[in-house]
Design a protein around this ligand. Sequence first.
Ligand code: FES
Length: 91
Amino acid sequence: MAQSEHGNRMKKNRNKEGQAASQVVLRQVVCICKGIALGSVLKSCQGAETVGDVNQACGSGSGGCRGQRCGPKIRALLARKNGYDPGPASD
Ligand code: FES
């Protein structure tokens, strides 16, 4: 096997592994009460300004804890995405 062919195969395998790892991360549950995964929350963060916007879009924050557990996580995701603190996690 030529060296470049081997390198291409290794690169392709790393890409597949990276994609599989991304899928696992996106399936991690952010809102435990409602079983809402990170992928759904991130999609709902598109254009969202507040935690309330995200909650309204994907249904997070409406479970038994009323956003006590998922609110801070969503707030941190919004802060990272928008570059500023979106305010209280419980709005
Ligand atoms: S974890 Fe989201 S409402 Fe409880």
